[in-house]
Design a protein around this ligand. Structure first.
Ligand code: SDX
Length: 376
């Protein structure tokens, strides 16, 4: 690779688009969504308000928020064939794959699927945001041998999601924690899945394809799949494990420690600060303090050894685990939030589109003589 220094591996530092959706200051560790600091939003907003903000570049007025909530509640039911797919697919399938496939299927039952007008794109964004939680909850129940729970079509996305997942109404605290997690994951600049979504938009394809492709990108362990990998790493440790030695050994073998590092941040991810606080509180309340202590130790070793800080996926893992959520659903929860950012970017790209088509450097042979097959 050093032979071709002009190739920008991983498109590091390349500015490919302009956007009003979010700003990341990697040196300061600061994140804004459409003009609002993530700290301000985590403390004051609801996830639905954040969705409106990302889609419209401004906060909603009371009647606008009420109208959006009404639409998000009304659109939670899944078409019967999608439910049938969830009931009949392999119980051992990866939940993110099921979410990707079912999201793609939703297009077949949407009369507006191929309508690329801004108005139809807005309605489809609301529909996908409303339905993805129902897909995740339904598959989680089916694979556990339980009946699918229909949405209440009441309350927030966080509330109805936890109800569909567990079959009982969540408490105020659980709903609040989930809502903050959704706010923190909603949008993050030109990350890999958002780039994929914009690339799909650039061919004048439609928004279900954009979100389906983005799901496929998010589930990789270098991106949103890291939260599941973090939890699996923690759960694979013995209760009396020497966590410090374990991490040092991993680093010595040049293996990645999941949930750490970021292409843009040179300091702690501001989202991780909120998640760390919640992780600590929940660990104390649910008798999993050892998990928080391990996380704390891992954070110290990573700082001392590599000067690398946690990203959004590190503490979200223990937050969800303390809420009784299975590790392989963590990335799905990331997706049911990020769908708002993906769709916001899709609509922004569509407003001022040009086909995304970079170049490659060809490094093979050319114009070779033809060798008959028996002589090769
Ligand atoms: C998300 O882009 C986004 O905004 C994504 C995201 C979003 O909201 O959309 O923030 C969500 O995807 C968070 C990231 C989740 N991924 C992980 O936690 C996986 C572990 N992290 C890494 O693999 C890595 O840090 C990446 C993939 C996140 C970033 O990769 P880069 O920018 O290509 O960095 P790199 O792999 O080239 O690492 C640079 C150096 C290397 O050391 P040297 O070879 O220079 O000595 O840092 C080291 C790496 O080995 N390093 C790590 C490490 N992360 C970086 N070493 C050990 N463990 C790590 N986690």
């Amino acid at each position: 690779t050093d032979k071709y220094p002009h190739i920008n591996r991983g498109l590091d530092g390349i500015i490919a688009f302009s956007s009003t959706k979010s700003a990341i200051d990697g040196e300061k560790g600061e994140l804004n969504y459409a003009g609002y600091n993530i700290d301000t939003l985590a403390e004051n907003a609801s996830f639905e308000e954040v969705a409106f903000l990302l889609w419209n570049d401004r906060l909603p007025k009371a009647d606008e928020l009420e109208e959006l909530n009404k639409q998000l509640r009304a659109e939670r039911d899944l078409p019967e064939p999608v439910l049938e797919y969830i009931r009949t697919t392999d119980k051992n399938a990866e939940p993110m794959s099921v979410l990707r496939t079912a999201t793609s299927m939703l297009a077949d039952f949407d009369d507006e699927a191929t309508d690329n007008s801004p108005e139809a794109n807005m309605r489809k964004s609301i529909r996908m945001t409303a339905r993805m939680p129902a897909i995740i909850a339904a598959f989680s129940r089916v694979r556990d041998g339980k009946e699918i729970v229909a949405p209440l079509k009441e309350g927030s996305i966080a509330y109805d999601f936890l109800y569909m997942l567990n079959g009982e109404r969540p408490g105020e605290k659980a709903e609040k924690v989930m809502d903050i997690c959704l706010i923190l994951h909603a949008e993050h600049g030109m990350n890999a899945s958002t780039f994929v979504c914009r690339a799909i938009c650039s061919t004048e394809s439609e928004i279900y394809s954009g979100v389906t492709g983005a799901c496929g990108s998010l589930k990789g362990p270098l991106h949103g799949g890291a939260n599941t990998a973090v939890m699996n790493m923690l759960l694979n440790l013995d209760k009396d494990a020497d966590v410090e030695a374990f991490i040092r050994e991993r680093l010595a073998e040049r293996k990645k420690v999941m949930g750490f590092g970021h292409r843009v941040y040179r300091t702690i991810d501001p989202r991780a600060k909120h998640l760390q606080k919640m992780s600590k509180q929940l660990a104390e309340e649910t008798d999993t303090v050892y998990l928080y202590e391990w996380s704390d130790k891992i954070q110290q070793v990573m700082k001392d050894e590599k000067n690398i800080d946690p990203n959004v996926d590190f503490f979200s893992a223990t937050v969800y685990y303390s809420m009784g959520i299975k590790p392989d659903l963590f990335t799905c929860i990331f997706a049911m939030s990020r769908v708002t950012g993906w769709t916001a970017h899709f609509m922004e790209q569509a407003e001022n589109n040009r086909l995304i088509r970079p170049r490659q450097l060809y490094v093979g042979e050319k114009n070779q003589p033809w060798t008959p097959i028996e002589k090769r």
